[in-house]
Each structure stands twice: as structure tokens, then as C-alpha cells.
Design a protein. Structure first.
Length: 207
């Protein structure tokens, strides 16, 4: 009976954590080694190296294209551009859920919108350039770029990023991440499950 109560309590703790799942954003980064971006065709690409992800929409580019796409200042390797067609998104889906992710936001302007997709927030959490940069920087000037950092709360994990531009392109690069680590309540559930299995095995052996 006591073991059953422990299992129930562990599930209650996990459910409580999920109820407060969220993603917070701030200026900051990078977290570590930059991932590599590559194009696999029109409007598709991959992220490999320090992180694996698939990219649908947008363009993975190696140079700036006049009046269309501008490589963020400080970019290492390729960069991802969403747009410039109005409302055209680019979506990055991580193969492994993350606890945090950082990237270099290039030429921030009022047309940029980022949605951080996560397991605990249906529809994701939306952010604007003005959430991270001073108003004087949010003007689309290519000389302006800065790192942003997103962190999932306990019980949540970041599963992807959606970049949308209503007019000008939304450029980003230098992605770095932290793989998700099981929460303490997850370990508690695993241990409780193993305990139940051991208890059943002992009962069967005794019988």
C-alpha cells in the first residue's frame, strides 16, 4: 500500500510540474558549439553537429543577397532566412527536445515574430524583437544583431522554433543548445516503476 502511495505521489508531482510549463526568453548566449546549417532543397534544410533538426520553409544561405537577405553580423557558417514574402514562415523542428536554445538574431525589426514551440505550451510562446532589444536597435539595420536565449521551465521542453516575417526577412544563425535532462520527478517515476516490478517479481517467486 505504501509503495502504491509513493507511485501516486510521484505522478502528482509530475502533473503539477506540467501544469506550470512555460518558456522564458532573454537576451543572452551563446550556450556552446554552433550547429551547422545546410540546405537540402527548395525551402528545406538540416541542422547538424551540436544539434540535429529539420528545417521547413525559409532559405539556408551562405552570403547576403542585396535587398532580400542579409547575413547577421558575426555569423559562423550559413544562416537561415524566413521571408521576405509576407507571412512566410520557416520552422525548425528539433530531433531531440531541448531545455534551452540560443541563436543570433540578425537585423531585428518590427516585422519579425518568433514562436518557441514546446511540449507544455499548446501553440507555442510568441516573442517580438522588442522583447529583447532596445527600440533604437529594432529598425532592420544589418549592423544590429544580438543573441537571444530561451529556456524551458521544469516539466517542459523546447521542440522547435517558428520564424515569421510580415515584410522584411527574418535572419538567424549561430544556434547552440542544451539537450534536455530528465527532471527529478521523472527519475522518481522510473524508480517507483522498478520498485513495483521488483515487488511483483518477489511475490511471484514466493508463490
Amino acid at each position: 500500500m505504501k509503495l502504491l502511495q509513493t507511485v501516486v505521489a510521484s505522478f502528482a508531482v509530475a502533473a503539477s510540474s506540467m501544469a506550470f510549463a512555460s518558456v522564458s526568453g532573454s537576451a543572452g548566449g551563446p550556450l556552446g558549439t554552433f550547429a551547422d546549417l545546410s540546405s537540402t532543397g527548395a525551402n528545406t534544410g538540416d541542422m547538424t553537429g551540436s544539434i540535429d533538426a529539420s528545417i521547413v520553409g525559409g532559405s539556408v544561405l551562405s552570403t547576403s543577397l542585396t535587398n532580400n537577405y542579409l547575413m547577421p553580423v558575426g555569423t559562423v557558417g550559413n544562416y537561415l532566412a524566413a521571408g521576405p514574402t509576407a507571412g512566410t514562415p520557416a520552422e525548425v523542428t528539433f530531433d531531440t527536445p531541448l531545455t534551452s536554445v540560443s541563436f543570433l538574431w540578425g537585423s531585428p525589426d518590427t516585422f519579425n515574430q518568433l514562436t518557441v514551440l514546446s511540449s507544455g505550451v499548446p501553440g507555442g510562446t510568441a516573442f517580438l524583437a522588442t522583447d529583447f532589444f532596445a527600440a533604437a536597435m529594432v529598425n532592420g539595420n544589418n549592423a544590429n544583431s544580438g543573441y537571444v536565449l530561451f529556456t524551458a521551465s521544469a516539466g517542459d521542453t523546447i521542440t522547435g522554433l517558428r520564424f515569421t516575417s510580415n515584410t522584411n526577412a527574418f535572419e538567424s544563425s549561430n544556434y547552440s543548445t542544451t539537450p534536455a535532462i530528465p527532471e527529478p520527478e521523472t527519475y522518481a517515476l522510473m524508480l517507483a516503476g522498478l520498485g513495483v516490478m521488483g515487488f511483483i517479481a518477489r511475490r511471484r517467486k514466493a508463490a
